[in-house]
Design a protein around this ligand. Structure first.
Ligand code: ADP
Length: 211
């Protein structure tokens, strides 16, 4: 089964993916993480993506789609698409890529959340440099300050988690990604992600997956 998680930055896609991978044998395909890995290892793709990411803008579709297409050559089942697709063009390309591999998207979970909650979440967010798990300075503190509970990795604040960049990201979401709710209406399951802890969100989602 392949699943898309659709939702604004900070809606909980990454944390939900973590739970689904740990407990239900899914693999997370996060285009944001793939870009950040490329930036760390200074590949051409990373250098190109960095220009857009640092501004909070979307990386061009052609760059993003070819990165995903390459990934899908090695794995295309039991995937959680986290942060992809983010535009109509990406959604159409993904349909075609999966069709070519005799595969498909089975379910799309839309994590619906109020924009005021998102700002609070993103401004306090820290991520582990090694495993990318995310924490929050108020809502999800690590056991030891600045250190990941899972692998002792250093916790860092993402460069695009600053208020002006967050606004640009939310704008990009509203104009370019939110229309995908209509695109996927036949497969869409809407989940109320307001006032919801990560494990409550997981329980809500998993009840629709049946695994
Ligand atoms: P968030 O969901 O919090 O915005 P991500 O890690 O998914 O975090 O994305 C971070 C940034 O990476 C985005 O703001 C964008 O610049 C880039 N990015 C990630 N996925 C895509 C995508 N599918 N298309 C274009 N740009 C993307």
């Amino acid at each position: 089964m392949n699943i898309i998680l659709l939702g604004a930055p900070g809606s909980g896609k990454g944390t939900l993916s973590e739970f689904l991978c740990d407990k239900n044998n899914f693999t997370q395909l996060s285009t944001g993480d793939l870009f950040r890995e490329n930036i760390s290892s200074k590949t051409d793709l990373g250098l190109e993506a960095q220009k857009y990411m640092n501004e909070g803008k979307l990386v061009p579709d052609s760059v993003t789609n070819s990165m995903v297409e390459k990934y899908l050559e090695s794995k295309n089942t039991n995937l959680i698409f986290d942060g992809f697709p983010r535009t109509d063009e990406q959604a159409l390309a993904l349909d075609q890529m999966l069709k070519n591999l005799n595969n498909q998207i089975d379910k799309v979970f839309y994590l619906e959340i109020d924009e005021s909650v998102l700002l609070g979440r993103l401004t306090g967010r820290m991520i582990c440099k090694i495993c990318k798990r995310s924490y929050h300075k108020v809502n999800r503190k690590p056991l030891k300050e600045g250190i990941c509970d899972f692998d002792n990795g250093e916790l860092i604040v993402r460069p695009d988690d600053q208020e002006d960049k967050i606004k640009t990201r939310l704008e990009a979401y509203n104009t370019q990604t939110a229309p995908l709710i209509e695109f996927y209406k036949n497969k869409l399951i809407k989940i109320d992600a307001d006032n919801c802890s990560p494990s409550e969100l997981y329980d809500r989602v998993v009840s629709f997956i049946g695994v």
